[in-house]
Each structure stands twice: as structure tokens, then as C-alpha cells.
Design a protein around this ligand. Structure first.
Ligand code: PNS
Length: 169
């Protein structure tokens, strides 16, 4: 089929990539907003063999699945290698990224331009909800490790997993 009818029936896909070690309320806010803008949203969890995280890939994926369960059009997968290859394999034309502050912009712009130059994939920047503009997985882990309260920064399932993991030492 050609013309506007076929264009209208195309599934609009996007990907929210990251390390998600672990997912925070900031990530979740971006995923939820992407899920309202696109038909299908992939959450792509990067496998980085050279960096041992607090949570393994399967644990991160399971936590993301739990906290995104209410969004029927969100699916969670691990990926290894280039993000543009993940996008190509699944016919995903857009990467959605949250921008917390100007300090994020330099590197994000570089990656967006590189990815666009590689395959033509577009990157859409969403301004982070100001409530979460200071938030990162690293800070959450650090504060939690020293006994600080992060209950307002991560979903309840993540808080429980963090407490369990940190109690084990
Ligand atoms: O949560 P993070 O660690 O900030 O996420 C970074 C991520 C995974 C989005 C970025 O490192 C990435 O896309 N890595 C995949 C490898 C790749 O495609 N590198 C070239 C980027 S231009």
C-alpha cells in the first residue's frame, strides 16, 4: 500500500537506552513520557562487560519490567555493541533521551550526531522533570550505601532491591 494510508498505519517506535544500574524515577519519567508519544518503546539496557554494576543485567531488566508493567507498549531488552545496530535490527528510527542540565548536553549532542551520522537514526531530547534534575543512578547508590533516604528517588521495587543488595555488602 502506498500514500498517506500506509504511512498512517506504520508503527512508531523509539528506544530509551541506558545502563539503568538501577532504574530511577528520573528514567521512569522519561520512559513514561516516551510511551505516550510512541506506539512502541524499547528500553535498551546496555551490557558493559568491562564495568561491573551493583545489579546484573537480568536483575536490572527484571526491575525495569516490574516498574514499567503499567505501560503496555514498553518492552525491555538487553543490548551489546552499538545502539544504532539495536535500532536497525528493530526498525527503530528514534532515540529518546532525558536532558537533566546543560552539563549533559555536550556529550549527548556528540552521541546524537555520531549516531545520526552512522545510520540516520534521530535523537529526541526530553527535558527532565526538574524534580529529578540532580538525579543519577550513581548518586542514588552512593547515598543509599551510606544509609541516606532515597525512597523518593526510586520506585519501591528498586528501593527494596537496593536495601537487600547493600545489606549483603
Ligand atoms: O545510562 P548511561 O550509562 O548514561 O547510558 C549510556 C548509553 C548506553 C546510552 C551509551 O553509552 C550508548 O549508547 N552505548 C552503546 C554503545 C554505542 O552505541 N556507542 C556509541 C555512542 S555514539
Amino acid at each position: 500500500m502506498t500514500g498517506p494510508e500506509s504511512e498512517g498505519s506504520q508503527v512508531r517506535r523509539a528506544v530509551c537506552p541506558g545502563s539503568f544500574d538501577p532504574i530511577t524515577n528520573g528514567h521512569l519519567d522519561i520512559i513514561a513520557r516516551a510511551s505516550r508519544l510512541y506506539d512502541e518503546v524499547y528500553v535498551a539496557v546496555m551490557i558493559n562487560k568491562s564495568k561491573k554494576g551493583l545489579f546484573g543485567i537480568e536483575e536490572r531488566i527484571e526491575l525495569i519490567r516490574q516498574v514499567t508493567a503499567e505501560y503496555a507498549n514498553v518492552r525491555v531488552e538487553a543490548f551489546h555493541g552499538l545502539l544504532v545496530d539495536f535500532c536497525k535490527q528493530r526498525e527503530i528510527p528514534a532515540i529518546v533521551k532525558g536532558l537533566r542540565a546543560v552539563s549533559d548536553f555536550d556529550y549527548e549532542l556528540q552521541m546524537a550526531q555520531m549516531n545520526n551520522g552512522l545510520t540516520g537514526v534521530e535523537t529526541l531530547f526530553v527535558p527532565t522533570n526538574p524534580t529529578y534534575s540532580f538525579l543519577s543512578s550513581s548518586l542514588v547508590k552512593e547515598v543509599a550505601a551510606w544509609g541516606g533516604d532515597v525512597s523518593h528517588l526510586v520506585p519501591a521495587e528498586v528501593l527494596e532491591a537496593l536495601n537487600k543488595r547493600l545489606a549483603k555488602g
